[in-house]
Write a protein that binds this ligand. Structure first.
Ligand code: C2E
Ligand code: CA
Ligand code: CA
Length: 604
C-alpha cells in the first residue's frame, strides 16, 4: 500500500479495525515514539473515541515521565501483558479515564527497529483475558510490519523536510515558498497577500573579509532573528545567497505592507556579532502585493524582485513598494522581450535619419540612422525602449544586422538617384555586435552587396565597449579600417576613456555627448568640457561632432570653439527616409546663426 505521512493514520486505523475483529478485542491502538521530542504519540486507534480533547491522556506521553504507563511501554522491546490485577492499577486507571472501560487486559507489542523500541501496537479487552503464545507471535509479526512502514514514512518525511528547507538556516526553501504562495493566492483565499523580497547589501564583502564561516553565521543569526520577531505563521524562505522572501500570514494592503517591510528592514539592519566582530549589513526590501485569484505567484515574485531592484538602485538599505510606474516599465519590457524577435522579421522596425551639417554652411555631411519600432499597440517606440532588451536577450546581433542592411540598402538607393553622393551614413553599433567574431565579415558582405565603399560608412560605438574589451575591439576595428570604414566614439565625455586611451584605437572622430552641448551658453562647466574635448580631438587629429544642438547659442559656441560639424533638433530632427530626401536634394539645411564673418547658409 502506498502509505505516506498524510495517509498513515487512516491506513493504520483500517488495519486496527481488522485486528480488533480478528482477535475479538474491544480496543486497539498504534503509538509511535518521537526520539527527538522524547514523546510517545498516539497515531491511530480503533474504535475511534468520540471527539478527542487536547488533554486526552492517551494522546501524548512524555518518555521521561517514569509514572506514565504509556512511557514505560515505550522503553521495552518485548511484549507486555497487563492483567486486571493491582500491580497495573495505574494503567487501568488511565484506560478507564480515556475509554471508560473499567478493568482491562492489554497486550502491547513494541515496534522494534534496529534493536530499539520505536512505538507500540496495543490490544485491549474488557475484563480478563489470556494471550496465547501463538497470538503474541502473530501480533509480533504485525508489529514488525508496522515498524517497517514507520521507518519508511519517517525516512520519507526526512527527505521531504530536506527537500523543503534551506540547509544553512532551516528556513523554508524556494520550493516550499512556491507551494505556500500557490495556496495563499488561490481564488477565495483571504488577501491581499504581501510579499517581501529581501537582499543584504554587500554581503560579499563580509564573506571576503571575515571568511565564509563568518558569512554563514551571519546569515544564520539573521534567520533566527527573523523567526523570533515575526509571526509564527509567516512564511520565511531563503532562496540562497543573501536572498530571503517573507510572506506574512496576515493579509496586508500596500500601506500596511510598507510599514511591516520597514520594520523587517530595520530588524535586519541591526548589528550582529560574528567571528569576534560586530558587523551590520544594510538590507533592501522590495514589496509587492498579490490578490488571490488574480495575481499569479510568478507575478508577485517578479514584482517584488523588481521593487527590490528599485530599492537597491536608489542607494540600498531601504524599502520600495511595487508601483504602477514600475508596472508600466515592466510590462513594456515583457512585451518587448516577447515581440522583438518577430518585429525584426515582420517589417515593423524602421529607420529614421537625422542629418548632420557643417554649421558654417548648412551643408549636409552625414545622416545618422536611428532605429524605431512601430509597435502594434504602443505606437512608435524609441530605441531606448528596446535596444537594451535586445542586448540582454541575445537579439542585438539580429537587430544590428537588420539596421546595417536596411541603412545600406536605403543609402545605395539614394546614391543611385544621385542623392547623398558626398554624405556619410552613420550607423550605431551595440557593444555586443562589436565583439562578435563575424562582425567584420558581415559588414563586408553588406557593403559589397549594395556597392557601397567603406569610406562612406561611419560606425558609432560607445566608449563603454572600448574600455571593456580593448584587445578584442582593436582587432575588430582594424578589420573595419582595412575596408576604409570610419569609426566614431559616440556620447563622448560620459564614459571613462580619455582621449589618449583612444589613441590605441583606429578612431576617426568623437561625438560630444548631447548633455554637454545642450547646456552650452548656460553652464560654464560644460563650456569648459566641450572646449577641452574639441582642443584634444584637434591635437590627436580626430574629427569632432557636436550632438544635441538645440539652441543657436549652442551652435554659435561650437563654431567659436572650432567644432563645425553638428547634429540636433535646431538643425533637423530624425525623420523618415522620404522626408530626408528634399534635404539631400538641396544638399543643405537653412540655418540662421548669424555667424561673424561666415557665409550665411542659404537654400538654393
Ligand atoms: P545616439 O546615438 O546618441 O543618437 C542620438 C539621439 O539623440 C537620438 O535619440 C536623437 O533623436 C536624439 N537627438 C538628436 N538631436 C537631439 C537634440 O537636439 N536634443 C535631444 N534632446 N536629443 C536629440 P534616439 O533616436 O532616441 O536614440 C537614442 C539612442 O539609441 C541613440 O543615441 C543610440 O545610442 C541608440 N540607437 C539608435 N539607433 C540604434 C541602432 O540602430 N542600433 C543601436 N545599437 N543603437 C541605436
Ligand atoms: Ca549615435
Ligand atoms: Ca550620442
Amino acid at each position: 500500500m502506498a502509505v505516506d505521512a498524510t495517509t498513515l493514520a487512516a491506513a493504520s486505523e483500517q488495519v486496527l479495525s481488522w485486528l480488533v475483529e480478528h482477535f475479538d478485542v474491544d480496543f486497539s491502538f498504534l503509538r509511535f515514539t518521537d526520539p527527538v521530542q522524547r514523546q510517545s504519540l498516539l497515531i491511530a486507534e480503533w474504535p475511534r473515541r468520540a471527539a478527542e480533547s487536547p488533554d486526552d491522556p492517551l494522546h501524548v506521553a512524555h518518555l521521561d515521565d517514569r509514572d506514565s504507563a504509556l512511557a514505560q511501554l515505550s522503553h521495552t522491546t518485548e511484549p507486555i501483558i497487563i492483567r486486571p490485577i493491582p500491580e497495573f492499577s495505574g494503567y487501568q486507571e488511565l484506560i478507564q479515564q480515556a475509554t471508560g472501560i473499567e478493568s482491562v487486559s492489554v497486550a502491547a507489542v513494541p515496534l522494534v527497529s534496529r534493536g530499539e523500541s520505536t512505538g507500540a501496537l496495543g490490544f485491549i479487552k474488557a475484563g480478563d483475558r489470556e494471550w496465547s503464545t501463538r497470538e503474541l507471535n502473530v501480533l509480533k509479526a504485525i508489529s514488525a510490519l508496522f515498524a517497517q512502514l514507520q521507518a519508511r514514512v519517517v525516512a520519507e518525511e526526512r527527505l521531504r523536510y530536506i527537500a523543503m528547507h534551506d540547509d544553512l538556516t532551516g528556513l523554508a526553501n524556494r520550493r516550499s515558498l512556491l507551494e505556500y504562495m500557490e495556496e495563499r493566492l488561490r481564488p477565495g483565499c483571504p488577501g491581499p497577500v504581501a510579499t517581501f523580497f529581501l537582499d543584504l547589501d554587500r554581503l560579499k564583502a563580509l564573506n571576503d573579509f571575515l571568511g565564509h564561516t563568518a558569512g554563514d553565521n551571519f546569515i544564520r543569526t539573521l534567520a533566527t532573528r527573523l523567526r523570533d520577531n515575526l509571526d509564527p505563521g509567516d512564511m520565511i524562505a531563503r532562496l540562497g545567497g543573501d536572498e530571503f522572501v517573507i510572506v506574512p500570514a496576515k493579509p496586508m494592503d500596500p500601506t500596511a505592507a510598507d510599514l511591516e517591510a520597514t520594520r523587517i528592514q530595520q530588524l535586519i539592519a541591526r548589528r550582529v556579532t560574528v567571528g569576534g566582530e560586530t558587523v551590520s549589513r544594510g538590507a533592501s526590501v522590495g514589496v509587492a502585493v498579490g490578490i488571490p485569484g488574480e495575481t499569479t505567484v510568478a507575478d508577485v515574485l517578479r514584482r517584488a524582485d523588481h521593487a527590490l531592484l528599485s530599492a537597491k538602485s536608489s542607494g540600498g538599505n531601504g524599502v520600495a513598494v511595487f508601483t504602477d510606474a514600475m508596472r508600466a516599465q515592466f510590462e513594456l519590457q515583457d512585451d518587448v522581450e516577447l515581440n522583438l524577435r518577430g518585429a525584426v522579421s515582420d517589417g515593423s522596425l524602421l529607420l529614421h535619419y537625422q542629418p548632420e551639417v557643417d554649421l558654417r554652411t548648412g551643408r549636409v555631411v552625414a545622416l545618422e540612422a536611428l532605429v524605431r519600432w512601430q509597435h502594434p499597440t504602443r505606437g512608435l517606440l524609441p530605441p531606448g525602449a528596446f535596444v537594451g532588451v535586445a542586448e540582454a536577450t541575445n537579439l542585438a546581433g539580429e537587430l544590428g544586422r537588420w539596421v546595417i542592411r536596411t541603412a545600406a540598402e536605403q543609402f545605395a538607393m539614394w546614391r543611385r538617384r544621385g542623392l547623398a553622393s558626398n554624405v556619410v551614413i552613420r550607423i550605431n553599433v551595440s557593444p555586443v555586435q562589436l565583439v562578435s567574431l563575424d562582425f567584420v565579415e558581415t559588414i563586408e558582405g553588406i557593403l559589397r552587396r549594395f556597392g557601397i565603399d567603406g569610406s562612406s560608412v561611419c560606425l558609432e560605438i560607445t566608449e563603454h565597449v572600448v574600455v571593456q574589451d580593448l584587445a578584442r575591439t582593436q582587432v575588430t576595428l582594424r578589420g573595419l579600417k582595412r575596408m576604409g570604414v570610419q569609426i566614431a566614439i559616440d556620447d563622448f565625455g560620459t564614459g571613462y576613456s580619455s582621449l589618449s586611451h583612444l589613441k590605441a584605437l583606429p578612431v576617426d572622430a568623437v561625438k560630444i555627448d548631447r548633455g554637454f552641448v545642450q547646456r552650452l551658453g548656460a553652464s560654464a562647466d560644460d563650456l569648459a568640457i566641450v572646449k577641452s574635448i574639441v582642443g584634444l580631438a584637434g591635437s590627436f587629429g580626430l574629427g569632432v561632432v557636436g550632438e544635441g544642438v538645440e539652441t543657436t547659442v549652442a551652435a554659435r559656441t561650437l563654431v567659436a570653439l572650432g567644432c563645425y560639424r553638428a547634429q540636433g533638433f535646431l538643425i533637423a530632427r530624425p525623420m523618415p527616409a522620404e522626408e530626408v530626401e528634399p534635404h539631400l536634394a538641396a544638399g543643405r539645411i537653412a540655418l540662421d546663426l548669424d555667424l561673424p564673418g561666415a557665409t550665411r547658409a542659404v537654400t538654393p
